[in-house]
Design a protein around this ligand. Structure first.
Ligand code: FPP
Ligand code: MG
Length: 310
């Protein structure tokens, strides 16, 4: 069990008994089952096999779980958010398949397994990513039930924005341009991460609440929560790249130094990076105050981000 150490919280009594490990494990099982059903192995099998290989390769499933959690928190049901939750994992996975390609980071391992192109070849890996990206949007549009159509449309538009040149793709471009330039500014580093990882994480959190029909103030609070945990998540990722082993990470460790990448630890040092991450997590949790004890899962997930070892 992961206990929560926020001694300043008024809900400390209840929070300290919240079992995050059990919560995450339960949600992971539900997400895995929904993803397995979402992508059947049909003709032409090769492409579906490649898509399934990466989508069903494990992973923390943090993004779909965040979407389900905010939908429930704001009065919706798991069923309302499950298609969007699955789509978020498909998009995240496709971004990793493409990120690992020789033309990008040229990585051999992901989630403890060989990368998609190592198993299926570069051509199929590119197509598996493309297939997942298109299918994610089709899946939200076609499978979401019990939600007014305008909310579904809002989710699709938000996600499109988070994934394209205004989000993930734009962040990845600046990241690629910054390789071999360890002296880039904090502003550029923040741009990379708020776009490359932050935009999708923010969408996970906000889309769950959009599906539930949340008012604008709640969407803004949840958006700020997500932006803070998004940046904390990246700072911790940078720290783990230095301090964790390949075994713990399920992917190559020490890559940032090798690629001469600017990272938060390279800019601030390890200790200050850890302090900044903790501060962002506290700021994220403060945004949840008005939701009361119902926000326990999101509070605990914020803490988990700085406490994780992979
Ligand atoms: C991992 O970063 C990569 C990402 C979070 C996203 C990369 C985005 C793309 C490849 C664009 C994908 C295209 C679309 C249409 C979404 P990292 O290399 O810093 O982390 P790692 O160590 O896990 O590889
Ligand atoms: Mg990479």
């Amino acid at each position: 069990m992961v206990s929560i150490k926020n001694i300043h919280s008024p809900q400390q009594e209840e929070e300290s008994t919240f079992d995050l490990s059990a919560y995450l494990a339960g949600r992971q099982v539900q997400v895995e089952a929904a993803l397995d059903r979402a992508i059947p192995l049909t003709y032409p099998e090769k492409i579906y096999e490649a898509m399934r290989y990466s989508v069903l390769a494990g992973g923390k499933r943090l993004r779909p779980i965040l979407c389900l959690a905010t939908c429930e928190l704001t009065g919706g049901t798991l069923e309302m958010a499950m298609p969007t939750a699955c789509a978020l994992e498909m998009i995240h996975t496709m971004s990793l398949i493409h990120d690992d390609l020789p033309a990008m980071d040229n990585d051999d391992y992901r989630r403890g397994k060989l990368t998609n192109h190592k198993v299926y070849g570069e051509d199929i890996a590119i197509l598996a990513g493309d297939g997942l990206l298109a299918y994610a949007f089709e899946f939200i549009a076609g499978q979401t039930q019990g939600v007014p159509a305008e909310r579904v449309l809002q989710v699709i538009a938000k996600l499109g924005n988070a994934v394209g040149a205004a989000g993930l793709v734009g962040g990845q471009v600046v990241d690629l341009e910054s390789e071999g330039k360890p002296d880039i500014s904090l502003e550029t580093l923040n741009f990379i991460h708020t776009h490359k990882t932050g935009a999708l994480l923010e969408s996970c959190v906000v889309c769950g609440a959009i599906l539930a029909g949340s008012p604008a103030e709640d969407l803004q609070r949840l958006s700020r929560y997500a932006q803070n945990i998004g940046l904390a998540f990246q700072i911790v990722d940078d720290i783990l790249d230095i301090t964790a082993t390949q075994e713990a990470l399920g992917k190559t460790a020490g890559k940032d130094l090798q690629a001469q990448k600017a990272t938060y630890p390279s800019l601030w040092g390890l200790e200050e990076s850890e302090r900044q991450a903790r501060q962002l997590v506290e700021a994220a949790k403060a945004e949840l105050a008005s939701f009361g004890p119902k926000a326990q899962p999101l509070q605990a997930i914020a803490d988990f981000i700085t406490n994780r070892n992979h």
